[in-house]
Design a protein around this ligand. Sequence first.
Ligand code: ATP
Length: 194
Amino acid sequence: MLKVGITGGIGSGKSTVTRFFSELGVPVYDSDQRAKSLMQHNDSIISKIKKEFGDNSYQNNALNRSHLAEIVFKNELKLKQLNAIVHPVVRTDFYNWLSQNSDAKFVIKEAAIMIESGAYKDLDKLIVVNANREQKIKWIKKRDHLLLEDIENRIQNQLSDEIRNQYADFIIENNSSKKELKQQVLSVYNKLID
Ligand code: ATP
C-alpha cells in the first residue's frame, strides 16, 4: 500500500485537495488535526509539555494555546522542543492508523509541515499543492480574517514553493476553479491506482 503525503504553503488548498481524495474513497490522515487532539488527550505529551512549558500550559484540562503560541513563535528553539515532544507521538499514531487501513490501495497523509520535519521520508510519494501568492492571500483573508501583514509573515516563514517542488512527485497548481482542481486530483488519483 502506498503512503502518499500532501503538503503545500498556507492557504494553497491542501485541505481542499485532501477532501477531494477523501470523496474518491481514499483514507486520509490529517496530521495537524491529530496533533491538536493528541496534545489535548495524550498523557505522555501533556506531562512533557507541562514540564517544558509550565503547568499553565493547560487550564481546566484544556491546552492553553495562547500561552504556548506566545512562547514558541518568539523562540525557534522552543518551537523545536515542542515539535520534538509532539511529532514522535503523531508518527506512532499515524502507523497505528495505517494498520487499520491496510486494505486501501493508497492512503493520504496531509500536513502543513512535512519537508521541514522530515516526515516526508516515511512516505512513498509526495503531492505538493501550490497557488499563486495573490490568490492565497485572497482566500486566507476571506477564511481567517487575518491582517495582510500577518498573512505575509506566515508565507515568509514557510519554505518557498520552489524548494517544496524539489521534493514533489506530483505538483498540483491551484490557480483556477475548484472544479479544475478536482480534475487535477482525479488525474493524480488515476496515476496512483494504476
Ligand atoms: P491552511 O494551510 O491555511 O490550512 P490549506 O492549504 O489547507 O490552508 P484550504 O483550506 O484547502 O488550504 O484552502 C484555503 C481556502 O481557500 C479555503 O477557504 C478554500 O475553500 C479556498 N480555496 C482553495 N482552493 C480554491 C479554489 N480553487 N477556488 C476557490 N477557493 C479555493
